[in-house]
Write a protein that binds this ligand. Structure first.
Ligand SMILES: [Zn+2]
Length: 320
């Protein structure tokens, strides 16, 4: 076990008179876990009580539910924007089924959407290696191009909300790519803590985490030449989380074809598992630090999302 990283668990229990058992006194156990990097806490509770809900995929294609979709092939040309010539001379970038366009509702100065498929609906097992790789290549190329135009924006992000429970506004599969000075709270907390760890321990937190997780073996999933896959000790989602670390990728410039192939290799396997587990929706993101540092490795997170039930469509986001 690492002396530099600790996995803290506070175990406790709650007692009450149980209406399900004739009001006998009952004990329910729970855990509070502390993220080994940021110290953020996660409550580990209601074991097995929440099941991923089946989404009515066929209904999403009915005209009255589908409504107008600007990402559908027949609408794209007229109803989606184009980039300025100094950014993308062709206006949009296309590869296979992927079309990269500017976001009509940008998150930052350079904010792109990669429409991933021709078809409006792509079930989780419909994402082929080619679809995933084309979208990723186009998105990463865009970020690299942006980086060469504007050095002022140090951080780069890829994000993907898939299907309505994730907060995805359109069912049509799409990813977001943007460059920013303000990469979000999760990113900033991790970045600061990674820097502090590096300064104190003279070693990257991410390398230490990989060695430790491999030794423990409980959450380690797989390793390829460039990527390392685990389930994080504190999950961001109710139905768990999978994380992929690229230890030798620190900024967008370092993310090459080999990394993309490794990411797609993992995604195909995750989607196979999601299909089997009845998971219909997820949130995913990939975080890139700035060029000069060596303490914040690029990493990708994917978290299943679900409505808690299909009657009220209550989301699985909660107050913690
Ligand atoms: Zn569509």
């Amino acid at each position: 076990m690492s002396e530099k990283i600790s996995f803290k668990i506070f175990e406790s229990e709650s007692r009450f008179l149980d209406s399900r058992k004739n009001f006998e006194e009952t004990v329910e156990r729970f855990q509070v876990r502390m993220d080994p990097l940021t110290g953020r806490t996660g409550h580990f509770s209601h074991f097995g009580a929440i099941k991923s809900q089946k989404l009515p995929l066929e209904d999403y294609l009915k005209p009255e539910i589908k409504g107008f979709c600007p990402f559908c092939k027949e609408n794209r040309d007229k109803r989606t924007p184009k980039f300025l010539k100094n950014i993308i001379p062709e206006g949009r970038i296309e590869k296979g089924e992927t079309v990269l366009i500017p976001n009509l509702f940008p998150y930052d100065i350079y904010s792109a959407v990669a429409i991933m498929t021709d078809g409006h609906l792509c079930p989780i097992d419909g994402f082929t290696e080619k679809i995933l790789l084309d979208a990723l290549q186009v998105g990463i190329d865009f970020l690299k191009r942006v980086k060469s135009i504007n050095h002022e924006l140090p951080y780069h992000l890829m994000s993907w909300n898939y299907m309505p429970p994730s907060g995805g506004g359109l069912v049509h599969p799409h990813q977001q790519y943007f460059a920013t000075e303000f990469p979000g709270n999760q990113f900033v907390d991790e970045y600061k803590a990674s820097k502090e760890f590096y300064e104190k321990e003279d070693k990257s937190f991410w390398n230490e985490l990989m060695e430790t997780e491999k030794q423990i073996g409980e959450r380690f999933i797989a390793e390829t030449k460039r990527s390392f896959w685990i389930t994080p000790f504190v999950s961001l989602g109710i139905l768990g989380e999978i994380m992929c670390i690229f230890p030798d990728v620190f900024s967008i410039e370092d993310f090459d074809d080999e990394c993309m192939n490794d990411l797609v290799w993992g995604l195909i396997r995750i989607f196979r598992y999601y299909k089997q587990a009845g998971i219909y929706s997820f949130n995913a993101a990939m975080f890139f630090g700035d060029k000069r540092q060596r303490f914040f490795s690029c990493h990708f997170r994917i978290v299943p999302s679900t409505f808690l039930n299909m009657r009220d469509c209550a989301p699985d986001l909660h107050f913690f």
